[in-house]
Design a protein around this ligand. Structure first.
Ligand SMILES: C[S@@+](CC[C@H](N)C(=O)[O-])C[C@H]1O[C@@H](n2cnc3c(N)ncnc32)[C@H](O)[C@@H]1O
Length: 267
């Protein structure tokens, strides 16, 4: 199970500060959603609300933006960011607070892979979208996972003692819950969406030091990343991971490469 109990005010603030690459990916997603003034948009897994604020610039004042996220600390930051957007603690699997067909578009930026019950969540999103409403998702395709810098560097550290013996199978399961591209497409079709666009592209994040890479991984996983080992090993794991990333540093910084996917579908 994805744990929402490891998050903290500190991790939420770190995510807000260090999530420029997610924000840029989110802006591309919003462009592809082709939102227009007056649209009613649901930002599912809105985190600290940066992207919701960007969406609001496009659709308000005649349209509306609602952001939901299970993490109370992130919703608290989102509320500080904008008073005109409605932010609520909640999860994609239960949108019972919203009537049928009450949104024109739904946005899930870097969220789908975290959702525990994806069929339930997509069925709920389909229900709250009007006929012809659009859903946009960004994620990382599972079949390309091992081409990424992050899993390769992390695996080299996790393979060492004492981490190897201490890895938590349930935390590993959470961290590998991504869908393949095929699974993403079929889950949307199962929820009665029609696929409009699918892009798979390479992306590169540049970090100045290994600590920043670990901070990003920990903040964007709301504390699930280091939870892969018991509490007493997390401080040393952090140091060892940071050193492993620092060892890959080039003059312009540490390049963390991965593949991202962007899907747009219509209800
Ligand atoms: C990497 S963050 C992305 C945040 C934001 N969308 C952005 O663009 O910065 C992933 C978010 O998904 C949220 N999330 C995880 N499980 C969820 C669920 N079942 N329903 C809705 N959001 C969920 C997390 O709480 C977290 O804020």
């Amino acid at each position: 199970m994805t744990s929402f109990d490891q998050d903290s005010r500190h991790l939420a603030a770190t995510y807000d500060r260090i999530s420029d690459s997610q924000f840029e990916g989110g802006k591309r997603l919003v462009e592809r959603l082709e939102l227009k003034a007056g649209d009613r948009v649901l930002d599912v897994g809105c985190g600290t609300g940066r992207l919701a604020a960007f969406i609001a610039e496009r659709v308000t004042p005649s349209g509306t933006v609602v952001g939901i996220d299970p993490l109370a600390e992130r919703i608290a930051l989102a509320r500080q960011r904008s008073g005109e957007i409605r932010f609520a603690v909640g999860s994609a699997e239960d949108l019972s607070g919203f009537p049928d067909a009450s949104f024109d578009a739904a946005c899930l930026n870097a969220v789908l892979h975290w959702i525990g019950d994806k069929p339930k969540a997509l069925a709920e999103i389909r229900r709250v979208l009007r006929p012809g409403g659009r859903i946009g998702c960004t994620s990382s395709p599972k079949e390309l996972h091992w081409t990424g810098t992050m899993p390769m560097v992390c695996a080299s550290v996790f393979a060492r003692s004492p981490y190897l013996e201490a890895l938590s199978p349930s935390a590993l399961e959470v961290m590998s819950r991504h869908f393949t591209t095929g699974e993403m497409v079929s889950s949307l079709m199962d929820a009665r969406f029609e696929l409009c666009e699918l892009h798979v592209m390479r992306r590169t994040q540049i970090f100045q030091c290994g600590d920043d890479v670990v901070d990003f991984a920990e903040a964007s996983s709301f504390g699930n990343f280091l939870a892969i080992v018991p509490e007493q090993l997390r401080a040393s794991l952090r140091v060892d991971l940071a050193a492993a990333f620092d060892a890959t540093k080039e003059p312009d910084g540490i390049s963390v490469r991965s593949f991202g996917s962007l899907l747009i579908a219509e209800g």
